[in-house]
Design a protein around this ligand. Sequence first.
Ligand code: SF4
Ligand code: SF4
Length: 370
Amino acid sequence: MTNFFDKKLGFGFLRLPLSDPNDDTSVNIEETCRMVDLFLERGFTYFDTAYNYHGHRSEEFLRLCLTSRHPRNSYSITTKLPCPALKRGKTPEEIFTHQLQKCGVEYFDLYLLHGLDGEDAVYAEEHGCFEFLKQLKKEGRAKLIGMSFHDTAEVLDGILTRHPEMDVVQIQLNYLDWDNEIIQSKACLEVCRKHGKPVIVMEPVKGGTLAKLPDKALSLLNGEKPAHRALRFAASQEGVVMVLSGMSTYAQVEENTGFMGSFVPLTQDETAVLTDVSKIIRDTVSIPCTACAYCTDACPKEIPIPRYFSLYNERKRDGWQVNTEGRYAELTKTFTKASECITCRTCEERCPQKLPIADFMKKVSAIFDM
Ligand code: SF4
Ligand code: SF4
């Protein structure tokens, strides 16, 4: 294994600072450059992007903020092959070549099959994607290969048994989803350990859910910031080599690189209290959306699904005082209202959390469109 994983914090290029909060492609390049520079200055080197993040422009932002400004040996890059794009007639080679151009590099340190579940894995097998990755590694165009994964531990076990060539696996792991019957963080981690695969963690803070806790849960953390506890929980697990954080502000980079620079694993007491914290969160958070935005491209009505779910959760947690109604009204000047959801459920096929999005959209509408 190379030294990509010297430090356990990776910079996820999927929630970069925006100039216009209603436009995912309006990334503030100057601010992102400052964040990237600070991250590198503090000795961190690992960057994670994907074909479809930030309206399909994240890889381009990586070139502008990282690869065109820093020597190639000062960082490592992971990106991913999107299986849905293959369904639109593109070949893996075409996509990969385009990704190299967008990122402005000649090879990737790590190349993953993106967001596999059981069905996508079969599709990837039938379309030669695993073979394609093996070939990339052989040619040195990808130093390591692997997959990011969203399904049950049983499905993961099956894929890793069929594909021992996978070097690493990226899974969703956080304390709230540890025993969740759909996400199965703990069980998936155990499968990776059984197959001897190092684990990269995505969603350690569950799309921000674990960064802003109800007061009752906060009081159990003895003054530690909730996002820190969540990142430390993920990084403390045996077999985890990297924890990704989708940082959106300079302050977040400053904080995360600060405490992860001298990472201290959780104590038994610090871990034990998270069972009670999780219970409080589950009783409070209404829609467990991680704001990954995988669903938004699929919506024929272009409804900003994660934004509406975030407002709904805020409204439920904090009540009237946070003016979610006003912010919803503002969003609907640009976007389609929740009430215009046609219940087609196309979005639900893309949701890694397997959320009944159309049903939740009715709840959003009942509050904000009345
Ligand atoms: S169910 Fe509603 S939110 Fe989902 S894709 Fe269809 S219209 Fe969009
Ligand atoms: S609804 Fe699902 S796919 Fe859409 S942003 Fe939330 S977690 Fe991601």
